[in-house]
Design a binder for this molecule. Structure first.
Ligand code: FAD
Ligand code: AMP
Length: 483
């Protein structure tokens, strides 16, 4: 094997594998080093997203949602179903199949594009050299013209709740339960905590979510967050805000183990006992063993690799992309950075537009947004107009018996340019793409209003909300304003 490549990528998660494939498409000799192993101890591509993140969590969210539909939603549609049960090991086996198919797909894409996959660890040395240590074997020094660092992130652990095999778990462990816990605790009401809490709550667990902050989803639009909290609590998620976990104690032994969690809220110290506990308090950049002291790459004060707007680190020809650099820890942001860097290495001049990164929480209803929230606009003193439209009067939502939530469009008061779109509703993850496209093309709310949407569709709620910015949504009476 050659020890010289045009590009060496470290990490084959969404950031790294997109970068590697694009580099190869652009004619560069490319190697991608990744150290992940699957349950059987075999090298696996795809990183957190495909193996322990986006994909397995969505497989469980979709399965558990269908279970809820079948057990409680079908009757309203005239479908009489009885004897429905959940086979958790079968659900897990299907999830594993989905993951296997997709990670195998990345391996095929590497092969088809001529990317050399190097299973093992990579370490950046000085002078664009990379030390590659295979899973079994001695380290070798490789040389590259350009290096792309994409080592991703790992779950944050907190001293009050140290991981305890199978009992106190992180997000990865929570995707592996083989039975439904009776009482499940979740520390952290962030995206991951809410998604995993929803899965197990839908399957019958009594779920308590302990969140240190007083505010629910502070990064989302306040109105959407408020409505979402009400709906999720209505589904049975016991979300306790202002509840900071301060300790945990394992009780009993073997299968009878439980964990007593201590938390502080405004009334003082509280205790609650669980059969399992998920710690979902965020993720941190993963740089263990990645950098030789003289490699020239600098970490910022929060432990992220320091990069400029084009993902170039402080070392010439060394880039960093994905969760390990500033910005939201999201797979699609990671992918776009990977592609941007590959193209910049090839002499093209693409940019990532960080103003239009969509965010999605895959609860039901889903929560999705892009751009600025109403509270951000208020805080910055920008003048804006708002259009909202509820799914409760959207024909397709009514036909589908899925009417919770709303669409909210925020537009500049002077230019009408769309500043933010916030959706709580079924398929919000799909609908938000329309808003992203509109904002990417600098659309005004009027532009969206003048666009024809198929009827009947959920997308019509976005159309109506955009019309509502100027006060003339058709299916909603607005006496205040007509333009
Ligand atoms: P990663 O996917 O973490 O990949 C990094 C890879 O590099 C890993 O395989 C790692 O083993 C390898 N590596 C690290 N260091 C080295 C080294 N020195 N040598 C060799 N290999 C190395 N995001 C979304 O956008 N949508 C979602 O729905 C979503 N759901 C999620 C659900 C869960 C439960 C979790 C945990 C995350 C979720 N995310 C989601 C976040 C998403 O997974 C990450 O943003 C994404 O994986 C980041 O991609 P990355 O390539 O930067 O890093
Ligand atoms: P995210 O970063 O979106 O994954 O969300 C993680 C959440 O965990 C944040 O909202 C934090 O406030 C919350 N959190 C962190 N530490 C604790 C703790 N000790 N007790 C309760 N919640 C916590």
């Amino acid at each position: 094997m050659t020890d010289r490549f045009d590009v060496i990528v470290i990490g084959a998660g969404p950031a790294g594998y997109h970068a590697a494939i694009r580099c190869a498409q652009l004619g560069m000799s490319t190697a991608c080093i990744d150290k992940s192993l699957d349950d059987a101890g075999q090298p696996v591509l795809g990183g957190t997203c495909l193996n322990w993140g986006c994909i397995p969590s969505k497989a469980l969210l979709d399965a558990s949602h269908k279970y809820v539909e079948a057990t409680t939603g079908f009757a309203d549609l005239g479908i009489r179903a009885s004897g429905i049960t959940m086979d958790v090991p079968a659900m897990m086996a299907r999830k594993a199949q989905v993951v296997k198919g997709l990670t195998g797909g990345v391996a095929q894409l590497f092969q088809g594009n001529g990317v050399t996959a190097l299973p093992g660890s990579g370490k950046l040395l000085a002078g664009r050299q990379v030390e590659y240590t295979p899973h079994a074997g001695a380290p070798r020094t490789l040389q590259a013209d350009h290096v792309i660092l994409a080592p991703g992130s790992v779950p944050v652990q907190i001293p009050p709740a140290p991981l305890t095999d199978g009992l106190i778990v992180d997000s990865q462990g929570a995707l592996e339960f083989q039975s439904v816990p009776k009482r499940l605790g979740v520390i952290g009401a962030g995206v991951i905590g809410l998604e995993l809490g929803s899965v197990w709550s839908r399957l019958g667990a009594e779920v308590v979510v302990l969140e240190a902050l007083d505010e629910f989803l502070p990064m989302a639009d306040e109105r959407i967050a408020r409505d979402a909290l009400k709906i999720l609590r209505g589904q049975g998620l016991d979300v306790r805000l202002g509840a900071r976990v301060t300790g945990s104690e394992v009780r009993g032994s073997g299968d009878a183990r439980t964990v007593e969690v201590t938390y502080q809220d405004k009334s003082g110290e509280q205790r609650v006992e669980f059969d399992r506990l998920i710690v979902a308090v965020g993720r941190r950049p993963f740089t263990n063993g990645l950098l030789a002291p003289d490699c020239g790459v600098i970490l910022d004060e929060r432990g992220f690799l320091h990069v400029n707007d084009h993902c170039l680190t402080d070392a010439p020809h060394v880039y960093a992309v994905g969760d390990v650099v500033r910005g939201p820890m999201l797979a699609h942001k990671a992918m776009e950075e990977g592609v941007m860097v590959a193209e910049r290495i090839a002499g093209k001049k693409p940019l990532v537009n960080y103003d239009t990164v969509p965010a999605v929480i895959y609860t039901h209803p889903e929560i999705a947004w892009v751009g600025r929230t109403e509270q951000q606009l208020k805080a910055s003193g920008d003048a804006y107009n708002v259009g909202t439209f509820p799914f409760s009067v959207n024909g397709r939502a009514l036909a589908a018996h899925d009417t919770q939530g709303m669409v909210k469009v925020l537009a500049d008061a002077e230019t009408d340019r769309i500043l933010g779109v916030h959706i709580l509703g079924a398929q919000a993850s799909e609908l938000i793409a329309q808003a992203v496209i509109a904002m990417e093309f600098d659309a005004s709310a009027e532009d969206l209003g003048l666009t024809m949407f198929a009827h009947p569709t959920l997308s019509e709620a976005l159309h109506e909300a955009a019309l509502g910015v100027a006060g003339h949504a058709i299916h909603m009476v607005n006496r205040k304003k007509r333009t």
